[in-house]
Design a protein around this ligand. Structure first.
Ligand code: UDP
Length: 381
């Protein structure tokens, strides 16, 4: 069979797209999208066409003349009505639309796979057809578990190559079919491969962002106050502190995460938009190596910071209990053991290094939660 002809890659802009630019932002009403809008829309020369069915976190932008929101989902036929037209007119397309709550990966895997692959592959095709730069938010979960967790379980005093996550070298290691935790990671991985294929075969420019635990105001929800279900760890621990319930450590809390402030993370995305030539056709980890904690350490640190915020030392002894992953998430959950990102590429190509410490990140985030939820509870009561 004749080799498939590969067209020349489509070029991206050679000017910053943070001025006089038109952007499409899918999933603009979520936690990350809301912070991105806060940064981009202050410049009236930037125009954003946004898609999101839920405007709760971006109400303050709904009347802005440089922002137009379509309250639609990508899986509704009408949701795509003017997407083609907007993509044609855009300088870049940013896709943040996804279901990314670990509690749903094994409990509603069909919706998770549909949302993270089937609803998004169309966006890739539309961008490829229009020859537009797609900045896609993927996940650090595509790496799955570390090699170290198989080779030397629990011991990270080994070769760093066995646990560090390198964008271009690290293999993607996921558990067996019955461990449905990996539905999300797998759907995201397939989408990354679909994007890469559209670049390799059709020349579509892309950037893949792999976030590692962005923490900040507006993340998730507090069950029973503005949502139902199980949010991610920050909101679970905050709910426990706010409602006087024990903080629960899944399987003893030995899993490690590196936490990056949403402020640092948004700066990385803005740098990508400022330097399209450097950012295009790359995958980037966005995390903070200095902010690594076990979940047990995180719970303890959050107790201390909450005691500081409230001036109430009884929080220093707030109860913490252990719970099995099966009881907490149901069958089919399996954890990522550690996420230690290589960040050399973001530093070398974008000039980005994170600078906000874990304590500062938690203080800012927990102060927001306290003002937003503890105060509103008191008013409601
Ligand atoms: N976790 C926990 N207690 C909770 C919620 C989560 O110990 O109340 C753990 C979870 O098992 C995982 C880590 O915290 O090891 C981070 O979970 P999160 O839901 O924030 O998302 P992830 O980082 O896995 O995407």
């Amino acid at each position: 069979m004749a080799a498939r002809e590969h067209p020349a890659p489509v070029k991206v802009a050679d000017r910053p797209l943070t001025r006089d630019a038109r952007l499409v932002l899918l999933g603009c009403g979520g936690y990350i999208g809301s912070h991105l809008l806060d940064t981009l829309l202050v410049d009236p020369s930037v125009r954003v066409d946004g898609w999101d069915p839920r405007p709760d976190k971006i109400r303050h932008w709904l009347d802005a003349p440089n922002f137009k929101l379509r309250r639609a989902m990508l899986n509704e036929p009408s949701g795509l009505d003017d997407l083609h037209e907007c993509v044609e007119a855009a300088d870049a397309v940013i896709n943040l639309a996804a279901i990314c709550n670990p509690a749903e990966y094994n409990t509603d895997p069909i919706t998770v796979i549909r949302s993270n692959f089937l609803d998004s592959y169309k966006v890739v095709e539309i961008c490829a057809e229009a020859g537009k730069w797609l900045i896609h938010f993927s996940t650090s979960e595509v790496y799955g578990r570390t090699l170290a967790s198989y080779v030397s379980p629990g011991d990270y005093d080994c070769d760093a190559a066995l646990y560090e996550l390198d964008e271009d070298e690290t293999p993607f290691l996921m558990g067996p079919l019955s461990s449905q935790r990996w539905t999300y990671a797998c759907a995201k991985q397939l989408l990354e491969r679909y994007i890469y294929a559209h670049h390799a075969q059709l020349g579509m420019p892309y950037t893949i962002v792999r976030p590692l635990n962005f923490f900040g105001p507006r993340m998730d929800f507090i069950p029973g106050q503005d949502g139902e279900g199980t949010p991610r760890v920050l909101a679970c621990f905050m709910k426990a502190l706010l409602h006087g319930e024990p903080m629960r450590l899944v399987d003893g809390g030995s899993a490690r995460r590196t936490i990056v402030s949403i402020r640092d993370a948004i700066r990385a995305i803005v740098l990508m938009l400022e330097k399209p030539q450097s950012a295009a056709n790359q995958a980037f980890n966005v995390g903070n190596r200095d902010n690594e904690v076990t979940m047990a350490e995180l719970a303890d640190l959050m107790r201390k910071i909450y005691a500081r915020i409230t001036g109430d030392d009884s929080f220093l002894k707030h109860p913490i209990e252990s719970v099995s992953a099966r009881d907490f998430y149901g069958p089919g959950y399996e954890d990522c053991d550690r996420r230690m990102p290589r960040l050399d590429k973001a530093r070398d190509l974008l000039g980005w290094t994170p600078s906000v410490s874990l304590e500062e990140t938690l203080l800012e985030t927990m102060t927001y939660y306290h003002d937003h939820y503890a105060v509103s509870r008191r008013q409601a009561g």
